[in-house]
Design a protein around this ligand. Structure first.
Ligand code: NAD
Length: 333
């Protein structure tokens, strides 16, 4: 087989450490020559992270899936405060709000993540209006710098850390067959799977953050595959929790697609160090999908967004079967 692909690498600075966020943030604010920082965060740890910088204004208006009204209020605060830099401290919802401001203002973002969602390493934004989530890609929303500090994720409750880590695993697995998958983003995805599974098994914050970053870089490059299309539609239609829904759906998409591309499935299993379901049992992750009232309605909503390049053709009945199995928790072979 000959290779033919076009790969794009997004440019951003990454600073990584433990207990280093405040010093790294001060260094970045100075390096960027910023004078008026708008802090976006509703996490208590934000005070500690910003202890060494001046904050001109603080937006705490963070909500899941970035409601348009919150974005408008945050944009107004950015204008009123004369902000020249956005600093986000939090999970994907917080980074998402900073991205919504950057999308219309072009202001640079320094992102300080506190979960494994990975939004900080992608150029993808999302906004929700009247229960409909719209997403798009725009390089203006890619944070110029990401500051990883393993001390910040240490406060995640175990269940949240597991779900968030599995959300990152889903970025990796889906990258293996997403529309722009290539040997470069597959290498990142497989190393991400190795780091995340090791981190999840042994509660290693460094491996988890490193893996979450690789996962997001792979995903930003490869695009959304079947797994993300399913979760995106379910999350928007039924207002489901993000990380938990990704966790529940992943084994079922892996079983479905993996049967069509056994060599890819084997590479994923090797990187995981065993089966995904064994890992789930070991770490207490749930493969049971909750909160979908009508699987046939859900399947009909998902079908139009299935990527044509998916390794296996997908019918509405396939989606009904996949979702029904997901509700029962046991993936089919
Ligand atoms: P989240 O940001 O909503 O955080 C989940 C919960 O964890 C919140 O209650 C938050 O307060 C809490 N939390 C965060 N950090 C914590 C910490 N260190 N200790 C204790 N509690 C903490 O959820 P998420 O899963 O991080 O992000 C999900 C959102 O991100 C979704 O809207 C999703 O669409 C988006 N996302 C976007 C991209 C992208 O590329 N644009 C990628 C991944 C996720």
């Amino acid at each position: 087989m000959t290779w033919q692909f076009e790969h794009v690498t997004l440019g951003q600075r990454v600073r990584f450490g433990t207990g280093t966020a405040a010093a790294d943030l001060a260094a970045e604010v100075e390096r960027l020559g910023a004078g008026r920082v708008l802090l976006i965060s509703s996490e208590p740890v934000a005070a500690e992270v910003t202890a060494k910088i001046d904050v001109a204004a603080h937006c705490t208006d963070v909500a899941p899936h970035v409601p348009v009204e919150n974005a408008e209020r945050a944009r107004a605060l950015a204008a009123k405060s004369g902000a020249d830099l956005l600093v986000s401290v939090g999970g994907g919802s917080t980074t998402g709000l900073a991205k919504a401001i950057a999308l219309t203002t072009g202001l640079p973002i320094v992102a300080v993540p506190t979960t494994y969602a990975g939004s900080e390493a992608t150029n993808v934004w999302g906004l929700t209006e009247a229960s409909r989530k719209t997403t798009g890609a725009d390089d203006r929303v890619l944070p110029v710098t990401v500051i990883y500090d393993t001390a910040l994720t240490a406060s995640l409750p175990r269940a949240l850390a597991v779900a968030s880590g599995c959300n990152a695993l889903a970025h990796c697995v889906d990258s293996m067959w997403a529309p722009r998958t290539d040997p470069i983003n597959q290498a990142l995805a497989l190393e991400g799977i190795r780091a995340l599974s090791t981190g999840l098994r042994n509660s290693l914050g460094e491996q988890l953050l490193y893996g979450a970053y690789l996962a997001a870089v792979a995903f930003a490059s490869a695009g959304s595959g079947l797994h993300h299309k399913i979760c995106h539609v379910l999350g928007g239609a039924y207002n489901l929790p993000h990380a938990e829904t990704h966790t529940a759906v992943l084994p079922h998409v892996l079983a479905f697609n993996g049967s069509a591309v056994p060599s890819v499935a084997q590479r994923i299993t090797d990187a995981l160090g065993g089966s995904l379901l064994d890992l789930y049992a070991e770490i207490g992750a749930s493969p049971v999908l909750r909160g979908v009232p009508d699987v046939r309605e859900a399947a009909a909503l998902i079908l139009p967004s299935v990527p044509p390049s998916n390794p296996r053709a997908v019918t509405e009945d396939d989606l009904v079967a996949l979702l029904t199995t997901a509700q029962n928790g046991a993936p089919r072979a």
